[in-house]
Design a binder for this molecule. Sequence first.
Ligand SMILES: Cc1cc2nc3c(=O)[nH]c(=O)nc-3n(C[C@H](O)[C@H](O)[C@H](O)COP(=O)(O)OP(=O)(O)OC[C@H]3O[C@@H](n4cnc5c(N)ncnc54)[C@H](O)[C@@H]3O)c2cc1C
Length: 312
Amino acid sequence: MIQLTDLPPVRGTVTANRDLSSLTWMRVGGPADVLFQPADIDDLSTFLAALPKDIPVFPMGVGSNLIVRDGGVRGVVIRLGRGFNGIAFDGDLVRAGAAALDAHVARKAAAEGLNLTFLRTIPGSIGGAVRMNAGCYGDYMADVLQEVRVVLRDGTVQTLAAAELNLAYRSSDLPEGAVLVEATLRAPREDAQVLEDRMAAQLAKRDETQPTKDRTAGSTFRNPSGFSSTGRADDTMDLKAWKVIDDAGMRGAVRGGAVMNTMHSNFLTNAGGATAADLEGLGEEVRKKVYDTSGITLHWEIMRVGEPAPKD
Ligand SMILES: Cc1cc2nc3c(=O)[nH]c(=O)nc-3n(C[C@H](O)[C@H](O)[C@H](O)COP(=O)(O)OP(=O)(O)OC[C@H]3O[C@@H](n4cnc5c(N)ncnc54)[C@H](O)[C@@H]3O)c2cc1C
């Protein structure tokens, strides 16, 4: 167990044994040994440089694509807050802190006549959006990302070009333990009112087709034929995860408090009182059923972190 007194001094906040369930959309999971909320980039960089190398580090965003397991996360979980949520404009470039919410960036960009509307309905932060190459309605982070600033595990601050991250369908290559702190996006110009109307239409479409008010982490599994991240015509993802889940008879399947949502069967949901083990167990059951019935292996899109609950 890490002792707070062993950790480097910080200007931000360090909390021992911090419950993570309240910081995730699924509302499940055990504690982090330590939760660090740095004051700014310097604070983060100084902390990581001095943190003993054998202590693992896990950066989280706002937990909209995460299942934290019931035993919690060993090491230091880093969650960026106020010092990292600035949004600035320079021509068609948008510089956003990693803690800025996607929706907020989309709205501010639209007011400037810049089209980042695809971010409006994604509930995460910019750090999570880069890491996951988030996207919807044909547009993805990969289409607009120019460069990122990261703080590496040894505390070095670096700028990486978008190409170095190898953004692909819901994935990226980030060095282990690296924390994204800022992203620069290039957004196409469009009339502000047109952008407002598009965002309103996309929000309405979401509410019609997805359980946006439930405790989920969005799509549970990647679409089996999804490979592209560009929004181009080859990015069809014809074979949808929800369809193969339906075909395997798993829509509405239940395990403890976990359910495969009846509105959208690729949305694993905490219907009340679920543990992380219920959710992950049900997900694994779905993967097995789909494989047994169709020979298709579903891959998790939701990131699962931490350890299972200790056995009594
Ligand atoms: C209702 C709902 C709808 C959704 N719809 C979509 C959708 O249409 N398209 C889509 O792409 N996703 C969607 N998602 C999934 C999710 O919102 C995205 O994956 C989002 O980008 C995750 O961001 P986050 O800040 O919540 O990251 P988290 O869930 O906290 O973390 C996700 C991953 O990103 C990493 N990460 C986060 N911040 C940083 C950082 N600063 N530095 C380094 N790594 C970091 C974490 O380590 C983790 O591996 C949806 C989720 C929900 C709940």
